[in-house]
Design a protein around this ligand. Sequence first.
Ligand code: GLN
Length: 250
Amino acid sequence: MCRHQLYLGPPVSLTQLLVEPPYGLYRQSWAPRDMRGGGTVNVDGFGVGWYTPTGPVRYRRAGPIWADPGLVELGRATAAGAVLAAVRSATPGMPFGETACAPFTDGRWLFSHNGVVAGWPDSVAALAAALPVTDLLTLDAPTDSALLWALLRHRLRSGADPGTAITDTVTGVLAAAPASRLNLLLTDGERAWASAVGHSLSVLAGPERLTIASEPSDDDPAWRPVADRRLVVADRHTYTVEDLCGSTSS
Ligand code: GLN
């Protein structure tokens, strides 16, 4: 399944963040270390979103990340203090293309999903039917990830706390499609929320910086794995890990 990564901290170049680390997202596209049976490589497109003073900017492509020399050039010239990036392994049956690649966005939000909605699309048809029709007509792509973003965004737009919105989205989808894998990753450029449901997730904290990633991007012993069915709530200074019902567990 896809791999995703979020960084909050002092500005770093996109190349430093994604390409240079020995096991960074770039390498994870062809040699991920912990896919847990969900695919082999992550070559079905990629996306990078980073924050500028006027809001997030997004760069997505349909092909493998290594096949895009533009990214390395752009990455050397672009530094940011908040970045969400993902490499995609399309779930069988889902369409290809840049619009199916994370990050998905709306206003200040950037979002990514690592996993699969089991029984797609029938299992979640009733959840989708509860969304405004225009949300369905304007989905980025007819994929499980794009629908998850529409479900979460609907809650965010109605003013829900982001952690609660993620918890409720995950809980609702698991009730309808229990075998789903739902690692969701959301940021507004200042804070971040990440669920671990069915896939690997790790956090590297400090000093004054924080990375949340599907897999550690280097051998730093400070990486901490996140247990399954947990929600990470973070900013660049600190983070908590809660169970998906909301009580803090570490
Ligand atoms: N199911 C999603 C897609 O096809 C996410 C893929 C993944 O995590 N491998 O885009």
